[in-house]
Write a protein that binds this ligand. Structure first.
Ligand SMILES: Cc1cc2nc3c(=O)[nH]c(=O)nc-3n(C[C@H](O)[C@H](O)[C@H](O)COP(=O)(O)O)c2cc1C
Length: 155
């Protein structure tokens, strides 16, 4: 069974709620799914995993949640061998933060691509000004993302 690990970066729990909501949806499609709020570069380099899905909010002024901060900065500074990696991005933000809207997800996407990762599908950006509950747009998005991942696995 294809294996996915969801790495959650959150301050108030919204990105965790998203992960918990989509986990059974992915399992129903035949994936095994693990959710973690302790991301590591070893997760990214783990070739036993078929994909990493990032579910991460933005805090401060375009900053990472505390549980993602060291992970991102270590990856940014030291790099990793990610040419095997397929990943997806779910980014939680608020458009009232204008210039830093969903910056953490954008930075994560950029650094994973920089070190060779291949993004599956387009990133999902959930705007808190539009969606009180981020699980709703994430639930709409995840089915197509899973199908795109399966297609990428076959190709
Ligand atoms: C203090 C604070 C700072 C924030 N800064 C940003 C920001 O710079 N950019 C953005 O897009 N959203 C920002 N947000 C909005 C959050 O990312 C958004 O509410 C998100 O849904 C929170 O997800 P979480 O519950 O997983 O932490 C901020 C929210 C707070 C409370």
């Amino acid at each position: 069974m294809p294996a996915i690990k969801i790495l959650v970066g959150t301050v108030y729990g919204g990105a965790r709620d998203v992960a918990d909501h989509i986990q059974p949806m992915l399992e129903a499609k035949g994936f095994t799914v693990e959710v973690s709020e302790e991301p590591s570069i070893a997760d990214l380099e783990n070739k036993e995993l078929d994909a990493i899905l990032i579910s991460c909010s933005t805090t401060g002024a375009g900053d990472f949640p505390p549980n993602f901060d060291k992970f991102y900065h270590t990856l940014h500074e030291q790099g990793a061998a990610l040419s095997h990696l397929k990943y997806g991005i779910i980014s939680l933000g608020d458009s009232s933060y204008d210039e830093t809207f969903c910056d953490a997800g954008k930075k994560m996407d950029a650094v994973l691509a920089e070190y060779g990762g291949q993004r599956v599908g387009r990133p999902l950006e959930v705007d808190a000004a539009e969606h009180f509950d981020a699980t709703e747009p994430a639930g709409d998005w995840i089915g197509r993302w899973a199908d795109q991942l399966l297609q990428a696995e076959i190709a």
